[in-house]
Design a protein around this ligand. Structure first.
Ligand SMILES: [Zn+2]
Length: 579
């Protein structure tokens, strides 16, 4: 029985790391736009309780006509400059109303993907959002070509912003269609992944029910195996369509590869080839240690059960001990009930934090696993929550977002020790193995995506992708633990945002440095953390890291250092030195 529990836990684990979702703006230029628009808002928090946030479908036709009228006025220059500028400024309200309702709708949809009302509403945004991006690009091209270009930049966009539109719009009706297609496949994936029904012995039944009723370990193994194969087929086919669509999107936007496009939209200050080099370092230095540990049966320790009702209470107390500023943010989260950690059927199969702009409110969704890993998940999401709260969601670097969340997982450990030393030891041992596991699995996921997106469109099919997954699992030593050949199809990141996973490696390195500081002197890690997440928006990710005195994760020798540290922790120093 134990053997099975461990395997099942692994399936839960591979979908554990969250996704931070910034709904507004899906292209690079729009990320810049969001930053610029946000800077124009007066930061007076407008939060109300989640239950009082009202959703109404935006009038997209009115938004469309507002942008088109504005564009014509700018093109014809038939109204004064003052009026054109006022038109741009007025448009901010319509823009944020639209994206606030998009986020709010997404939260409701995620809470219950079977609710037909929010399902339709979510589909409405999938349809209209690419059109919105297209209209905006056209508007900015008009601003770029206007004789008032410099004044627009000085008064509204910021210096140099419009230069990106020198060549005209990168959007075409064809691109809009591909983006709409991508949104449709994503919704198909959400609907399909929230439903765990499988066919077993000729009957369609929920996987969770079948597992509960199974009487022997052998029967559970059979059900699990059927689940993996059938889910791989069901979700994998959607992934195939997504990849084909994305290859077209990158091509239409003029990128050499989808990886290059993805790294740019995620606002990274390292390139896809630097990411690939990092993956090679992990493979060279950490994989041999990981394989040794696997051979010796070292893995995630079992953690005690924890009911979902206890998650926020337990975590809240520990989080509040980190720093008074963190405590205030936790009080705010509770006061406005900006999270949902209850298990329910139809709930989206992932953890995430998003931001509802018009209420200046982050919101977290957690799928509880029923044990103490939920405390780490809650802390992780709360790290995103803290970043979004303090920065009014103006940080668009995924790496910085993940530093905020992963650090919180480490910072909570010494606080839990104050209440329960034994539990804290178990949780720390879990987190230590997780530290190694993050490097291995997230690098393996990145290696997988690198190969998949290098395929030519005619070679993108499920059997080819399963075979890539099999090879990657062998290289990274994860074939026995995860059955990755099939289970890759259950990882939300591959659907939600390609090339997301490498951020976990870079950010974990930073988070771990913060943890080391906290262990050396209580409070010093929390100080660096709070200093780091009050990002300097003028600086890149790596510059922000260095600003607070931490070491660049890409620095030469970092992975050797990490290998030495972990080998020492596990008492494998001799083997590591020989590797
Ligand atoms: Zn995260």
């Amino acid at each position: 029985m134990l053997k099975f529990v461990r395997k099942y836990t692994f399936i839960q684990k591979i979908i554990c790391l969250c996704i931070v979702l910034c709904i507004a703006g899906t292209t690079c230029s729009c990320n810049l736009l969001n930053r610029m628009l946000s800077s124009l808002l007066v930061p007076e928090r407008r939060t109300v309780a989640f239950s009082e946030m009202t959703y109404t479908r935006p009038d997209f036709k009115a938004v469309q006509s507002e942008i088109e009228t504005l564009k014509k006025q700018i093109e014809k220059d038939n109204v004064s400059y003052k009026k054109q500028l006022a038109g741009l400024r007025n448009f901010n309200r319509a823009y944020w109303d639209y994206y606030s309702m998009y986020s709010l709708c997404y939260v409701h949809y995620a809470l219950d993907t079977t609710d037909s009302y929010y399902k339709d509403e979510y589909a409405f945004f999938g349809e209209t959002n690419p059109k919105m991006q297209y209209l905006l690009e056209d508007l900015f091209v008009a601003c770029n070509q206007s004789k008032h270009k410099k004044r627009f930049e000085a008064d509204y966009f910021g210096e140099g912003y419009l230069d990106a539109y020198d060549e005209g719009s990168s959007y075409s009706p064809e691109l809009v269609e591909y983006l709409q297609q991508e949104a449709k496949y994503l919704q198909q994936y959400h609907d399909a992944s929230a439903d765990d029904t499988i066919t077993y012995l000729g009957q369609k039944r929920p996987f969770s029910e079948l597992m509960e009723e199974a009487r022997t370990e052998a029967e559970q193994e059979k059900i699990l195996s059927a689940y993996k194969v059938q889910t791989n087929k069901k979700l994998g086919e959607i992934y195939v369509n997504l990849v084909k669509t994305r290859l077209q999107i990158a091509k239409l936007l003029g990128y050499d590869s989808y990886a290059a496009y993805a790294y740019e939209t995620l606002e990274r200050d390292y390139t896809a080839s630097m990411g690939a080099q990092f993956v090679n370092q992990v493979e060279t230095y950490l994989v041999p240690l990981y394989k040794e540990l696997t051979k010796d049966g070292v893995g995630y320790p079992e953690l005690p059960a924890l009911s979902w009702q206890q998650i926020s209470k337990t975590t809240g107390k520990a989080l509040s001990g980190i720093d008074p500023a963190v405590k205030d943010i936790y009080t705010y989260l509770e006061e406005y009930q900006l999270y949902d950690a209850a298990p329910s059927s139809g709930k989206i199969a992932q953890d995430f934090t998003t931001y509802i702009e018009n209420y200046d409110a982050p919101f977290m969704i957690i799928n509880p696993r029923g044990n103490w890993t939920d405390v780490l998940t809650f802390a992780h999401e709360f790290g995103h929550f803290t970043d979004m709260y303090l920065n009014y969601n103006t940080n668009y670097s995924l790496d910085l977002s993940e530093c905020a969340s992963m650090s919180m997982e480490y910072l909570i450990l010494p606080q839990i020790a104050k209440e329960n030393a034994e539990l804290s030891r178990k949780l720390s041992a879990y987190k230590m193995y997780d530290t190694l596991s993050v490097y291995i699995t997230q690098s393996a996921y990145t290696a997988f995506e690198q190969k998949v997106y290098q395929l030519s469109p005619e070679h993108v099919n499920l059997s080819e992708i399963n075979s890539i997954a099999r090879d990657v699992a062998q290289r990274f030593g994860s074939e026995e633990r995860s059955n990755f050949e099939y289970t890759w199809a259950m990882i939300p990141h591959f659907y939600e945002k390609a090339f997301y996973c490498i951020s976990y490696c870079f950010s974990n390195d930073v988070a771990f440095q913060i943890y080391q500081k906290e262990c050396e002197q209580a409070g010093s890690g929390a100080d660096v953390y709070l200093d780091l997440i009050q990002w300097d928006a003028q600086q890149t990710f790596l510059e922000n890291i260095q600003r607070v005195g931490l070491v660049d994760p890409c620095a030469k020798g970092r992975m050797q250092e990490m290998r030495d540290f972990l080998a020492d922790y596990y008492g494998y120093s001799d083997q590591a030195a020989a590797a």
